[in-house]
Design a protein around this ligand. Structure first.
Ligand code: C2E
Ligand code: CA
Ligand code: CA
Ligand code: CA
Length: 279
């Protein structure tokens, strides 16, 4: 144990601006953070565009390191994906979210569905569906509390396997959303083959929806295609009122973004739900 601490200190004493060194440090520290429960989950509300009702919240992992400060998931999730730690992080997130759902329900709150990000490496794991099933059972959750967000990078080369797994999740009662839609490749092929309930339009299209005619036309087409296939559409990264106006015109269903709320720690997320209840 003393040796371990020694090593940790040595790492801190170094300049860690070099990206490789930083990566090594983060990898080491992330393992520790997971063991010591130094991660947390924030929740970002998702609202019905027409009525403003809270239809869901996306769970987003947060890591506040004692010395290094806030480390963005955009930085550490790819590292965890690379070394496999993402599987443990994913399980932890599901348990943590379940814990909060239970607490909120005990308080009498109307808890909407909670969206959880699933990395390709987690999804591809042979035991993935079983693991999910046992956590849901163990935490006495209703599977319909959850939406799993997957991305296009989940593996087009093994389409049959992906479809089987998604169907297994849906049989349990979990809904499936396709995240960051339009950012990757094979998008339409995915929609055609995968049993998806919700399409999330990538922020990059929402950013330009008022000023860039291409973004506007693409967003409009994505909404039409999704609706035609019986899916709901979420616009992510909504930051301005004029974006909401455009999305209303296009009959987009759900919005999520800083304009409505940043991701909130659990207590503030509960307050958000409480206030929304009274509306
Ligand atoms: P994502 O799944 O696309 O999540 C949306 C990201 O956009 C979040 O960043 C959120 O805070 C941010 N965001 C939401 N609304 C706005 C907005 O209006 N403007 C701007 N500029 N940003 C907005 P975050 O929390 O830093 O997460 C980054 C990525 O890390 C996520 O992208 C997701 O891919 C990954 N991630 C986060 N939490 C988890 C997790 O628990 N598991 C896995 N596997 N990945 C996660
Ligand atoms: Ca997401
Ligand atoms: Ca996204
Ligand atoms: Ca995104």
């Amino acid at each position: 144990e003393a040796k371990k601490t020694q090593r940790g200190l040595q790492l801190f004493n170094h300049e860690i601006n070099e990206s490789f060194q930083r990566k090594v440090v983060l990898e080491y520290e992330l393992r520790k953070a997971l063991e010591k429960k130094q991660l947390s989950v924030y929740f970002q509300p998702q609202l019905n565009i027409q009525s403003g009702a809270v239809l869901g919240m996306e769970a987003l992992v947060r890591w506040q390191h004692e010395q290094l400060g806030f480390i963005s998931p955009g930085e550490f999730i790819p590292i965890a994906e690379e070394n496999g730690l993402i599987c443990q992080i994913g399980e932890w997130v599901l348990r943590e979210v379940s814990h909060h759902i239970s607490l909120w329900q005990t308080e009498g709150l109307q808890v909407p569905s909670i969206a959880i990000n699933i990395s390709p490496r987690e999804f591809i794991n042979v035991g993935f569906v079983n693991t999910i099933q046992s956590i849901i059972k163990e935490t006495a959750m209703n599977a319909s509390n959850f939406v799993f967000e997957i991305t296009e990078s989940i593996g087009i080369d093994q389409l049959d396997g992906v479809i089987k797994k998604l169907n297994a999740l849906k049989e349990i009662g979990i809904q499936v959303a396709i995240d960051d839609f339009g950012k990757g490749y094979s998008s339409l092929n995915y929609l055609k083959h995968l049993p998806i309930d919700i399409l999330k339009i990538d922020k990059s299209f929402i950013d330009g929806i008022n000023d860039d005619v291409n973004d506007y036309v693409i967003a409009r087409a994505m909404i039409q295609v999704a609706h035609g296939m019986g899916m709901k559409v979420i616009a992510e990264g909504v930051e301005t009122a004029s974006q909401i106006e455009k999305l209303k015109q296009l009959e987009c269903d759900i919005m999520q973004g800083f304009l409505i709320s940043k991701p909130l720690p659990a207590d503030l997320a509960a307050s958000f739900l409480r206030n929304n209840d009274r509306m």
